[in-house]
Design a protein around this ligand. Structure first.
Ligand code: ADP
Ligand code: ADP
Ligand code: SF4
Ligand code: SF4
Length: 589
């Protein structure tokens, strides 16, 4: 079975010399019609039944708009939804189970939100044809666990709640005070408990428009949990949250399953997904072209298979390399030369005061910055970047600093290529930067796009690439994982590590994703204090000491997975959790 997908946002028939694909297609040249021109829309259409899959059009299209893939025949039966003739195709769906959290793990653009829309009844899937009725959907899923669910959905017999992905959009549609919003949602009469669990008490009287990203996220999650439904969907619940908040949210979501509800969660933070899920589905495919839901897997086995890049039951390799975490408790970055000794720095905003102890940074190392939201991490990075003046102490150095801020704006008129080539055109051509940075982050695919039109995740990747392309001694990256999927987070982590090691440069990275912290860090800088009031930054320390200090503040213990070496959060009160807390080893045992 073969599918042809055309990305019409990229296709530009005037700029390829007038439908180049049609002119080069051997089937068309022989008088056949694999590619026809839709005159009304002025776009090419590939007729899959006539296309031989030779791939010539794929290579010739200057905008890489065409994807042709051969898929196993048995998938034909599993085609659930297709956005138009040469549109994105979704194969199979996740299972739903009462009393369980089903986690979904996969790249952006592979149909996770589409699946959630279908399961929540927001959209009847077209079964890759012209279907518009639930009866046909029920027929397709006969004998499948979803049959009964779709029957109930058709009868209007399913109460469901969706926590949307983009919480930033909530203030555009909901006005008023947090307390009123949550009261309206509280069908289960559990508001007081939720407010305590998700630490919402001091924002109850705030206007929704005035909430930060992390506050909006927790309010949206509380509002979803407070509803009395059978099925709950959470699309990326950890965005904008710090580690402690992520695990609090995970616990609150898990409680729903413990009460017999059916829960589905799409999540990119692997430690959170692991902690949260009873079973998981991996979605694989090609972003924007097709996505396939794997069979359900046990959480540990599934995440390990994901890191391996290989699904044994399906016999599918979806990544050419595996991802491994070092099981060593320490790396030895201090063996390198000293880059800089920075002094004690203080920033006093009046209502908030940060005191950062002085410290030393070495060449070739990556230091992660961890701590709760509102503790002064961004303030510290801004002082090093020279964006904020310290109240006490001075950043007096000759170092060249390259800084990627937390909140990035697309205020550039021009294409991605123009933006990046202004920074360093030679590096864009260099094989080293292509292999280590540009290709893994998928930057060449974005070259022709206008910076203003990029999505959050695309803009993040371009901003990271721009930061790392600059010639500097010290690279400061504030929350590079925001808006990225797991694959992209791992690609960014590898790029940062390799570039610092190979170029003997230094990076400071503010991050909340524990796997990413573990993967990239030589050392760690811990921020403590009382969020919103005062913060204290400790000097960089070894991973073991730093993670112990940080996790003790948070009250969470991690162990390592014996196969992949990845960190796994222990369930609170479990034997491992109690043992590790007793001996004060929150991270490495
Ligand atoms: P994910 O949630 O995994 O990021 P989505 O389900 O949002 O993925 O989208 C998968 C793909 O489907 C997108 O890359 C996009 O190409 C396509 N798509 C999504 N919505 C539409 C739509 N309304 N019309 C056409 N194509 C769409
Ligand atoms: P983090 O990065 O750890 O989340 P930030 O450094 O962004 O923390 O902020 C720490 C505290 O400083 C917050 O309470 C924030 O409201 C406050 N703050 C940040 N910038 C300013 C500013 N320009 N004026 C006043 N207060 C600020
Ligand atoms: Fe031209 Fe590519 Fe569009 Fe075909 S798909 S018309 S080659 S831009
Ligand atoms: Fe024509 Fe080959 Fe492209 Fe199919 S893959 S549309 S046969 S050029």
């Amino acid at each position: 079975m073969r599918i042809a997908v055309i990305d019409y946002d990229k296709c530009n028939p005037d700029k390829c010399g007038h439908f180049l694909c049609e002119r080069v297609c051997p089937v068309n040249r022989m008088g056949g019609e694999a590619i026809v021109i839709d005159e009304d829309n002025y776009k090419p259409v590939i007729q899959e039944a006539s296309c031989t899959g030779c791939g010539i059009c794929v290579h010739k299209c200057p905008f890489k708009a065409i994807t042709i893939v051969n898929l196993p025949e048995e998938l034909k039966e599993g085609c659930v939804h297709r956005y138009g003739v040469n549109g994105f195709a979704l194969y199979r769906l996740p299972v739903l189970k009462e009393g369980m959290v089903v986690g979904i793990l996969g790249p952006n653009g592979t149909g996770k939100t589409t699946a959630v829309k279908i399961l929540s009844g927001e959209m009847i899937p077209n079964l890759c044809g012209s279907n518009d009725s639930w009866e046909n959907v029920i027929r397709m899923f006969r004998g499948n666990e979803l049959q009964n669910y779709f029957e109930r959905l058709k009868e209007g017999n399913v109460k469901k709640v969706v926590k949307p992905q983009y919480v930033d959009l909530i203030p555009k549609v909901v006005k008023g005070k947090v307390r009123d919003l949550l009261k309206r949602a509280d069908e289960r009469g559990i508001l007081d408990k939720l407010v305590e669990e998700l630490e919402l008490s001091n924002i109850l009287d705030r206007e929704i428009q005035h909430l930060s990203g992390g506050e909006l996220q927790r309010v949206a999650i509380a509002a979803a949990i407070a509803r009395d439904a059978d099925f709950y969907f959470f699309d990326e619940p950890s965005s904008y949250l710090d580690i402690r908040q992520r695990l609090k949210v995970a616990k609150a979501i898990r409680k729903l399953a413990e009460e017999g509800k059916s829960v589905v969660v799409v999540e990119h933070d692997l430690a959170v997904l692991d902690y949260l899920s009873d079973i998981i589905h991996i979605v694989y495919g090609k972003p924007g072209a097709y996505g396939i839901f794997s069979m359900p897997k046990g959480t540990r086995v599934g995440i390990n298979a994901f890191l391996e890049g290989y699904l044994p039951e399906e016999n599918v390799r979806f990544r050419p390399y595996q991802i491994r975490f070092t099981k060593l408790s320490e790396r030895h970055s201090q063996a390198g030369d000293v880059l800089v000794e920075y002094p004690r720095l203080v920033k006093d905003y009046g209502s908030f005061r940060l005191e950062a102890e002085g410290g030393t940074l070495y060449r070739g190392e990556v230091v992660s910055i961890v701590g709760p939201n509102g503790i002064g991490k961004t303030t510290f990075v801004k002082m090093l970047a020279g964006v904020e003046e310290p109240t006490e102490g001075k950043v007096e150095w000759e170092l060249r600093v390259s800084y990627k801020p937390q909140y990035i704006k697309a205020d550039y008129e021009g294409t991605v290529y123009e933006l990046l080539s202004k920074i360093d055109a030679a590096k864009l051509m260099s094989n080293f930067y292509k292999t280590e940075l540009l290709n893994p982050l998928g930057i060449p695919d974005l070259y022709d796009r206008a910076v203003n039109d990029l999505s959050g995740g695309e803009l993040q990747r371009v901003a990271i690439a721009a930061c790392l392309l600059r010639d500097a001694d010290l690279y400061l990256l504030d929350e590079p994982s925001a808006y990225l999927d797991v694959e992209q987070r791992l690609a960014v982590s590898r790029a940062i590590r390799h570039l610092m090691e190979k170029n003997e440069k230094t990076a400071l990275v503010v991050e909340h994703d524990v796997l990413m912290i573990d993967y990239i860090s030589d050392r760690i800088m811990v921020f403590e204090g009382e969020p919103g009031k005062y913060g204290r930054a400790l000097p960089p320390m070894g991973m073991r000491e730093g993670m112990n200090r940080f996790l003790a503040n948070v009250g969470i213990t991690f162990r390592r997975d014996p196969d992949t070496g990845r960190p796994r959060a222990n369930k609170e009160g479990s034997v491992k959790d109690r043992e590790q807390k007793e001996i004060g080893e929150y991270y490495y045992v």
